[in-house]
Design a protein around this ligand. Sequence first.
Ligand code: NAD
Ligand code: DAU
Length: 399
Amino acid sequence: MKKYLVTGAAGFIGANFVKYMLSKYDDIYIVILDKLTYAGNLGTIKNEIEDSRVEFVLGDICDKEKVSEIFSKHDIDYVVNFAAESHVDRSITNPQLFLETNILGTQNMLECAKQAWTTGKDSNGYPTYKDGKKYLQVSTDEVYGSLSKDYDQPQPLEITDEEVKQVVKGRTDIKTYGDKYFTETTPLDPRSPYSASKTSADLIVRAYNETYKMPINITRCSNNYGPYHFPEKLIPLIIKNILEGKKLPVYGKGENVRDWLYVEDHAKAIDMVLNSGRVGEVYNIGGFNEETNINIVKLVIDTIARIMKEEPSYQSVLKVPVEMINYDLITYVGDRLGHDMRYAIDPSKTARELGWYPETPFTVGIEKTIRWNLDNQDWVEEVASGDYQKYYEQMYKNR
Ligand code: NAD
Ligand code: DAU
């Protein structure tokens, strides 16, 4: 039986990963380590922590004693480090916290894993490790910086590599706003305190691999969306505001492009990298789904308006009359400082080596996400109580 230490699993992607793994494997044990910051919520994983295959530990990834205790108690096979401060806007207001959690926390996790997994030294003085162990760092496409947007209207993206074409056979509607993509060899060029902290974390993970031969992988993923997404990020924030009849704040002109991936496809990719990824390698994970922010906002408005008309019982969730769900809600506000223009992942290496590709078309994923939100308003209210209102006012009042 494999034992996993999953950090940050009371947050958006970590929770979805744990849910995916528990439903896929019977014979599995997961220790969750989470500090329960504003972004972590026990309600998100309430069924999972009642499962006999899961143990929840409240704690900080920077806490050496706490993390070492977990390694002493359990023979952990895989560490998956999701725990992080993850919101770019918050990193602009309070960069130091991002450095502490994202960089020092990652180094602490690596060091504790190294100590627990080391068996001795080889003839060159490098540590040797127990078999089958792996540390996986969940990173982001933001470490590569920003790409140019070359087209106002998206162009069809043709995949020429035959192997990748085979893997991506299910997807025919791929389009792009530019000629360049992030590959695993794209130079690291972060622009925000958040992405600089994630890049530093990647570099320390690579340093542990080079210097101590630690068995690691790094995954770099594009923007996720799906259930349990905290409503500070674009898509869940827009959904929440529409249902409340509030203005929809679009930064700048809404022209920036993100590459959206349904969160379960990300969970699937991480599982594949853990099982089959070559040790020491970086794997890009992306949605093949580039879209401008303004088009995302319009699609969310259109989808909610349609669902409300087709299934009027959902109108009970609305705090305003259904007629108010239209483009008049859109409001252009001051741009994010240092706003990256475009992200677009080339996941060919992951497709070729692991057979992974982003399975969920955006129209399917966004409808599932909206319906999940409509059906889970208690969760939204719970996570948006307390500090969220204060955060929202401070972040948006003078924009
Ligand atoms: P999130 O903000 O929703 O959740 C973060 C979780 O980490 C929370 O449960 C929080 O309580 C926990 N946490 C924070 N600081 C901690 C600490 N010091 N010790 C222990 N736990 C702590 O984040 P997310 O969106 O789920 O992102 C998870 C990871 O994936 C992050 O590393 C992020 O950089 C990366 N990532 C996110 C996206 C995305 O679109 N959301 C895309 C690519 C990569
Ligand atoms: O690319 C991966 C990254 O995606 C992850 O590493 C980050 O953890 C995750 O937060 C996300 O970062 P973004 O900054 O791209 O996501 P966010 O949802 O904050 O913003 C998406 C786009 O929408 C971005 O161009 C800014 C814009 N935006 C965002 C908010 C919150 C708005 O126009 N209005 C808003 O209110």
